[in-house]
Design a protein around this ligand. Sequence first.
Ligand code: HEC
Length: 123
Amino acid sequence: MARLRIFAALASAIVLVASMARAQTEDHPYTTEQILAGATLYGGNCQNCHANSGDGIGAVNLAHQQFKRAVSDDDIRATIHSGVPGAGMPAFPNLKDEELWSLVAYIRSGSTKAARRSSWATR
Ligand code: HEC
């Protein structure tokens, strides 16, 4: 019986650790409002370089989640905030946190519905 209890404790510890690990790598959930706000910001700040299809820059395809370095949503947010010095990607230090996350939401939405549309950005 004691053994069973130890096993149960171990098992729940493993489940806990596994879910913590998942929480760290899991994508953030985004609302439709954030995606739409991101689309507007994208049109005004990003589209002139990245194109409305998201593939305007060499090996980077925002609609298809192809990045050079960014892996997580936090990486994308940090790239937008700080830019890529020396590589032509400007920093956007004036965008508010919620605006940065809207842009991440918009970019992430590209892998699902928006990428299949012929026009990715709304304007
Ligand atoms: C002046 C042109 C320009 C503008 C404006 C611009 N970018 Fe970029 N962006 C680039 C270039 C060039 C790169 C490739 C940098 C490199 O080679 O590492 C890039 C790379 C990126 C990447 C990929 C980072 C990686 O790990 O590969 C993301 C994400 C990105 N831009 C998002 C945005 C968003 C969102 C905006 C608007 C807020 C924006 N960019 C505006 C030129 C631009």
